[in-house]
Design a protein around this ligand. Structure first.
Ligand code: GTP
Ligand code: MG
Ligand code: ZN
Length: 355
């Protein structure tokens, strides 16, 4: 059963120490504040964090949808306790809205990030660039999904425009209302792979989940008439097994994604700009009035869009401003790693004593 959820040989190896401790593996398929639902060989269990994990979660963040975890469960009970989280292969993270320090993991161990935006008032190139930077940083592959194509006069022209800022990642035109583009979407969801839908409230993420499942499993709701914003219908993250064998994670709408440690993501999302900057005469060119500046030349020739350039600078500044915080977070991660090594060492010593 857990093979369906992407359990692999690599995971089995990573799990060995936990198996020796008597724990069973599982994948978080529903993440809620208090209890998570975890898919295991014993079926779907409702699981809470162990006291120690709960304590650590205050700083390191909670285990997330898509995480593989080590569980204990008493026979015959549908309840379990999560003791450890396996290292993540990839993760889509954002800075929590209320804090500069807290990282929120939105989806773990994902292969594809569908960046979803609808072809109405929601379509905002600058926000899309920000989402794409975060998506590239996750380690998964981004795919842009333009929904509600039925509302656009010229969906192809709009998609072509979006493709110019999407740095080589696929741009799909979809309309659930017209049944359009769903096969293209399915083609990106391979058996055993995990895809996550990310985007503002009301863009039609849950509608896509229902369409791909072939049944209404997620509630959906009309957007507001006044400003076309969504109503935050989905309130928790849930991973679905699709008929084709792929896995799709629905998430609550997020309007903003605060970047965190996204240097590599920014470079990939703005690959065109990075390449221009390499062509500047001076390696430390500030792209203001230096002679031989390739960026200014591209701006003047209209090859580089001025808004895109401004957005790149803004995101780069945002990351630079986080620089200090980032160092502090790195220290914290190192502290936690040492602490958990010490714990493992102590319990190994105890095991030896108990022999
Ligand atoms: N015209 C049109 N409307 C659509 C389409 N797909 C979804 N909608 C409508 O958009 C509204 C919002 O859809 P949801 O699926 O609830 O949006 P969501 O992204 O899940 O929103 P949150 O859960 O709040 O993040 C619903 O009224 C849907 O019927 C489409 O292809 N065309
Ligand atoms: Mg929804
Ligand atoms: Zn320059």
């Amino acid at each position: 059963m857990i093979e369906q959820y992407g359990w692999s040989e690599a995971l089995r190896l990573a799990f060995e120490p936990h198996a020796r401790a008597g724990y069973i593996p599982g994948r978080i398929i529903v993440q809620q504040r208090e209890a998570n639902l975890v898919a295991t060989e014993l079926g779907t269990l409702s699981a809470r964090l162990s006291g120690r994990l709960r304590h650590e979660a205050r700083e390191a963040g909670h285990p997330a949808a898509g995480d593989w975890v080590a569980l204990s469960s008493s026979a015959g009970e549908a309840k379990a306790t999560i003791h450890a989280v396996l290292p993540r292969r990839t993760a889509f993270v954002r800075r929590a809205a209320d804090s500069k320090q807290t990282v929120q993991v939105i989806a773990a161990n994902i292969d594809i990030v569908f960046v979803v935006t609808s072809m109405n008032a929601d379509l905002n190139p600058r926000r899309l660039e920000r989402f794409l930077a975060a998506a590239w940083q996750s380690g998964a592959k981004p795919v842009v999904v333009l929904t509600k194509a039925d509302l656009s006069e010229q969906p192809e022209a709009q998609a072509a425009e979006i493709a110019t800022l999407a740095a080589g990642c696929p741009v799909l035109i979809v309309s659930v209302r017209q049944g359009r583009g769903l096969d293209d979407l399915k083609d990106h969801i391979r058996p055993g792979e995990t895809c996550v839908l990310i985007g503002s409230s009301g863009v039609g993420k849950s509608t896509l989940v229902n369409a791909l499942l072939g049944e209404e499993r997620m509630a959906t709701q009309e957007i507001r008439a006044g400003d076309a914003r969504g109503r935050h219908t989905t309130s928790y993250r849930q991973l679905f097994l699709l008929p084709g064998g792929g896995l799709l994670l629905d998430t609550p709408g997020i309007r903003e994604v605060g970047l965190i440690d996204a240097d590599a993501g920014l470079s990939t999302a703005f690959d065109d700009i990075e390449r221009l900057a390499e062509a500047c005469r001076f390696t430390n060119c500030g792209h203001t009035n230096e002679p031989g500046c390739a960026v200014r030349a591209a701006l003047e020739a209209g090859v580089l869009d001025a808004d895109r350039w401004a957005n790149y600078q803004k995101l780069a500044q945002e990351l630079a401003a986080l620089g200090l915080t980032k160092d502090r977070m790195a220290q914290e991660v190192e502290r936690q790693r040492l602490a958990s090594l010490q714990r493992a060492y102590r319990s190994a010593k105890k095991d030896l004593r108990d022999l």
